[in-house]
Design a protein around this ligand. Structure first.
Ligand code: SAM
Length: 339
């Protein structure tokens, strides 16, 4: 049974370490049309099912009533899911318990963004993050294992800017010996295309288990490389923000570095995730997930689902254990969580 959200108890979601949980990521499909070498084995196909949009919407309403302020749609590749624009249109009017508008963002590989940027903006999407691991078309094709993707993604980035999805962020995962020579070209790209380029340290969340500490290109190294090109000035950032932010000394071009490996920010984590098949993950590195949708299928009403969410969130892990002897791989890899 659906309860008007105002009738739910509205104590903000907080975990047992006192972290307020305000940021929800929803994977709306487990399918992806790219097979990035550092993420996937190269096999086609999804492992997990997805839910009708009506179910994500009902759950999103409950999460928002509990204090979620920002929803990011992800996947798999979210733009593969037919009906994504209508889903954004249904999410965008949601208001927090205090009446504040929801922040609505989406992470995509950008392959289908050129056609969808404007409709998504009109439906109420505010921001988009495009994943892009090289600014060289041949390298891009070798990484994604899809021919001619670079031109499509570049067109998507430009369409997103034209549509006013602001800011457009471009995320690049760096792997040593693979694409760290793209750091300075990406610095130039940030300036030329007026996008925020964010470098991400590679985490052990890939299907093929190729991660080792030596492959990670760290924050310090990224900043050193960029400074060879132009001096950077740090921009103050909120502690719960994943990225440390910098701009070039002349004010043109913003760079972010997301450094979960060398500079973990778990103490300020404000995120939880809903997988495409309706399970809550309290950490990227969780070794189990919590089947919210099973409760819904069994007929739980909104108040019961809210209680389940509150209980799961309270038990969020304190931190990840990347690089430590007791590290246990996550029960799902990145493509099946959503980043
Ligand atoms: N398909 C969408 C996309 O490409 O952005 C959303 C899902 S994708 C799994 C989300 C992000 O996770 C991408 O930016 C991808 O590069 C990043 N990613 C995948 N595996 C990663 C890993 N092992 N470490 C860090 N980031 C990773």
């Amino acid at each position: 049974m659906t309860t008007p959200t105002a009738q739910l108890r509205t104590a903000a979601l907080t975990d047992k370490f006192g972290r307020p949980i305000t940021d929800l990521r929803i994977a709306i499909t487990d399918h992806c049309n790219y097979k990035c070498v550092y993420c996937r084995t190269g096999n086609e196909g999804a492992l997990y099912s997805d839910l009708p949009f009506a179910d994500y919407l009902r759950l999103a309403r409950i999460f928002v009533s509990l204090g979620i302020q920002k929803i990011r749609l992800t996947g798999g590749e979210p733009l593969l899911r037919k009906g994504v624009v209508d889903f954004v249109r249904e999410l965008s009017p949601l208001r927090g318990a205090d009446g504040s508008p929801l922040e609505l963002a989406l992470t995509t590989n950008g392959h289908l963004l050129a056609e969808l940027a404007q409709p998504l903006k009109e439906a109420g999407l505010q921001r988009v993050t495009v994943s892009m691991d090289a600014v060289d078309p041949d390298r891009f094709a070798r990484i994604t294992r899809v021919p001619n993707g670079f031109e499509k993604v570049l067109a998507g980035v430009r369409a997103a800017r034209r549509a006013g999805l602001d800011p457009v962020k471009v995320n690049c995962v760096l792997l040593r010996g693979f694409n760290e020579d793209q750091i300075i070209p990406f610095g130039m790209f940030a300036r030329e295309e007026a996008v925020v380029v964010r470098f991400i340290e590679f985490m052990p969340l890939e299907e093929d288990r190729v991660w080792s500490p030596e492959v990670v290109v760290t924050l310090d190294e990224i900043l050193r490389r960029l400074a060879e090109y132009r001096p950077l000035v740090e921009i103050p950032h909120a502690r719960s923000e994943t990225a440390r932010r910098y701009r070039f000394d002349d004010g043109i071009g913003e760079i972010g570095v997301i450094a979960p490996v060398s500079h973990p920010y778990c103490g300020y984590c404000s995120r939880i995730r809903l997988t495409s098949d309706g399970k809550i993950r309290t950490c990227l590195f969780s070794v189990w997930d919590h089947d919210l949708h099973a409760h819904m299928r069994r007929g739980a009403d909104d108040a019961e689902l809210a209680d389940f969410i509150r209980d799961v969130v309270s038990r969020k892990e304190e931190r990840h254990h990347i690089g430590e002897p007791d590290f246990v791989p996550a029960s799902r890899t990145m493509v099946h969580i959503g980043g």
